[in-house]
Design a protein around this ligand. Structure first.
Ligand code: TXA
Ligand code: MG
Length: 336
């Protein structure tokens, strides 16, 4: 079937209250009509997601911003102009049109205009904004391939649009304009790129509880079935430590490494040693991060030893996800 017809049929599914997984430039999303409360409820059921964890509302034209937000500060508009369409989500006070199911009961709404041509066309054809979290089962690594979605959502959703692997592999950067301007989730639109447009912004957890951090951040995230243990230090020191631990380990082990460090593990014949990419191009590590975590599960790995990827802004964002996958289990962080 031709792809345009497939997109039209997927739009019909969303318009009639169904669920459609679709590609974006970050990760695959699980979409429903953002204005239809019962359709959005089905997203939560399919994912097993707590209902206080709001969905990002996806648009296909900047003009929709004013329909969804009750107020759009100048700085938010500057960011929209600079980075949309693209991997940035902007949180603003919500308009009356957003049902509580979509906003998780918060007074705000998260809005994103994705750049992926299939996502853009789908949203356009839906003629309604599309509420969409990442298309993984709640708590599992995000989905960067249609096959990941099929695995997690089998029998629970009407359509999966497959457009190959996601380009960025990290979910969008989230910035809030509710209360103090703050980056709630780092991503491929970096803090320094944002600051080049609007000046200094805060990042990470707020000291108090107002505004709250992204509700989703308090739940277990990106957890493969395997235990993930992160080993810090220089490339050589980390690799030596990982080799020692793998040799001493009884069960099925895996190593999450890089092209540069792959040779250090040549003696580990029985371990799944997988490179996430080139350390000099951290975007390659980001692009394969979730896919690799899922691959270890597919191989039946019980313990994954992962290197660290600090040193660049994208590397920091990779570590933000990897630390969650590991339940913050990091060893030797400051040692060389
Ligand atoms: O790249 C992405 O952002 C992908 C693609 C599909 O667009 N979507 C995505 O959605 O990652 P999700 O639901 O997996 O992550 C969105 C995060 C959650 O932690 C959620 O709690 C937070 O954004 N969030 C959504 N609306 C919010 C709001 N109004 N205030 C604070 N945090 C919000
Ligand atoms: Mg998610």
């Amino acid at each position: 079937m031709d792809f345009l017809r497939e997109i039209d049929e997927a739009a019909d599914v969303i318009k009639s209250g169904g669920l459609c997984a679709f590609p974006t430039e970050t990760v695959y999303g699980l979409g429903a009509d953002a204005f239809n409360p019962s359709a959005v409820k089905r997203i939560y059921e399919a994912k097993g997601r707590p209902s206080d964890n709001p969905c990002i509302v996806h648009i296909s034209d900047i003009s929709q911003l004013d329909d969804l937000a009750s107020e759009v500060p100048k700085q938010a508009r500057l960011l929209a102009d600079a980075f949309w369409p693209g991997p940035l989500t902007i949180i603003l006070p919500k308009s009356e049109k957003i049902p509580r199911e979509t906003s998780g009961g918060l007074p705000t709404v998260a809005i994103r205009f994705p750049s992926h041509p299939v996502a853009r066309l789908l949203i356009e054809r839906c003629k309604t904004p599309v509420a969409a979290p990442s298309a993984n089962a709640s708590g599992k690594p995000s989905t960067t391939k249609a096959s990941h979605v099929a695995y997690d959502m089998d029998g629970k959703i009407e359509v999966i649009l497959d457009a190959g692997p996601s380009e960025y592999g990290l979910e969008s950067t989230i910035i809030t304009f509710y209360g103090e301007t703050r980056i709630l989730r780092p991503g491929s639109v970096t803090k320094s790129a944002i600051e080049a447009v609007i000046g200094p912004v805060a990042e990470g957890k707020p000291d108090g509880h107002n505004p709250p951090e992204a509700p989703g951040m308090k739940y277990t995230h990106y957890s493969p079935l395997a235990d993930v243990i992160i080993i810090g230090g220089s490339m050589e020191a980390a690799a030596a430590e990982i080799v020692t631990r793998v040799k001493a380990s009884g069960g099925k082990t895996g190593v999450f490494c890089s092209d540069q460090t792959l040779p250090y593990y040549s003696e580990l014949k029985d371990s799944a040693v997988l490179s996430a990419g080139d350390r000099d191009k951290p975007e390659t590590i980001a692009a394969s991060l979730f896919s690799l975590l899922r691959r270890f599960d597919f191989l039946g790995t019980e313990t994954v030893y992962a290197e660290t990827f600090y040193g660049t802004e994208i590397g920091e964002s990779v570590m933000n996800r990897l630390l969650k996958a590991a339940g913050n289990n990091i060893i030797y962080r400051n040692k060389n």
